[in-house]
Design a protein around this ligand. Structure first.
Ligand code: BT5
Length: 331
């Protein structure tokens, strides 16, 4: 194990939790664990005590090591930080976990405008005004889903912002697969579907600056623990959750960690790979579709994506159009 450059109390505690999670229930030697966090063996128990109290099942073997059993659905920023340590060339994640907020996208946008760096991640246990696109709402009941926004500052031209939608939907699909084994299908532009129902949605809000982007807020809602009655009557027949599909109650923190790892992997690879993965999971590619766009309703065959991440549609007259935003329905 590498000795971490754990400077603040938060970083030291994150390093401890990170090591305990990585050990997957195995007990770790106290001297090794203390070294990881840059603290003395004598301080280990008192440093971990608040996490034990918060509900992390940490076991202190009197003569031996320290281990962590599978925790309940609780989270803390130190857990996320410890399990998603900074990687070279990628934004260092800076998690903020809230009990409640109106919309995590609003929190991230506010921080972005104040100049916060890429890597800020805000998640909430509940949103009171979770947003979808075009003024639609995103149902965000307490502790059922992962409601999270990532602040990125991608080196993309404003015209390429669509790439971020593609990359993010693929990353969200990767995270769902890593946690549950399910590979959702992607419905252009921003829905993750399982068995024809919506499991997750993305709301990407990029702020242009000159020809580039000042920042982009990637908002992701993934239905994790919802039972049917957690959805409203309007949404219940359209939506699903990981619990409803698999019967398993996953930890929201595990989904968040998988999501950040998926973003790390996708952001460090060429966009063409994300585009291929997108095509492989696309629900609508090659199909006849109807699109509602700001320029009216369009019919045609969904052909694929261009370099910028926009959808290529072959209209009935044979003409190929590039569509950057809209709602799609298969016909
Ligand atoms: C979306 O919009 O799918 C984008 C959802 C993004 C939500 C995240 S949560 C974190 C961040 N903070 C926010 O405030 N938002 C983001 P759209 O394609 O417009 O779909 C919205 C439609 O999906 C609604 O009109 C409903 O029909 C349906 N819907 C609402 N809540 C849902 C849910 N929890 N699961 C599945 N479908 C839902």
């Amino acid at each position: 194990m590498e000795p971490a450059a754990a400077t603040s109390a938060r970083a030291r505690e994150a390093a401890l939790l990170g090591a305990l999670f990585a050990a997957k229930g195995q007990h770790l030697n106290r001297a090794d664990l203390a070294r990881v966090a840059g603290i003395s063996v004598a301080d280990l128990e008192s440093t971990l005590a608040p996490y034990l109290q918060a509900g992390y099942p940490i076991e202190f073997h009197p003569q031996g090591g320290i281990g962590l059993q599978e925790p309940p659905d609780i989270w803390c920023a130190e857990e996320i930080l410890g399990r998603c340590p900074a990687r070279e060339g990628l934004p260092a994640w800076e998690p903020l976990l809230l009990a409640e907020t109106a919309s995590t996208n609003d929190v991230a946008r506010e921080q972005a405008r104040k100049g916060l760096r890429a890597g800020f991640v805000v998640a909430a246990a509940r949103q009171t005004r979770g947003r979808g696109r075009l003024g639609r709402s995103w149902e965000s009941p307490t502790a059922c889903g992962l409601y999270v926004s990532l602040l990125l500052r991608p080196a993309l031209a404003a015209a390429e912002a669509g790439q971020l939608t593609i990359l993010s939907s693929v990353a969200a699909g990767d995270a769902v697969e890593a946690v549950s084994g399910l590979r959702p299908q992607i419905k252009w532009p921003n829905d993750l579907m399982v068995h024809g129902r919506k499991l997750a949605g993305l709301l990407i809000e990029a702020e242009p600056q000159g020809r580039g982007l000042a920042h982009a807020v990637v908002g992701i809602g993934i239905n994790v623990r919802h039972r049917a009655e957690d959805f409203s009557d309007e949404v219940r027949h359209l939506a699903t959750s990981l619990f409803l599909v698999t019967g398993q109650l996953y930890r929201r923190a595990d989904v968040l960690v998988a999501l950040l790892h998926a973003f790390e992997a996708r952001l460090s690879r060429p966009f063409a790979e994300a585009r291929e993965a997108w095509a492989a999971s696309s629900l609508t590619l090659g199909q006849q579709v109807t699109l509602t766009t700001v320029r009216g309703i369009k019919h045609g065959q969904a052909l694929g994506l261009d370099e910028s991440g926009a959808l290529l549609l072959r209209s009935d007259s044979g003409e190929i159009e590039t569509i950057t935003a809209g709602d799609m329905r298969a016909v």
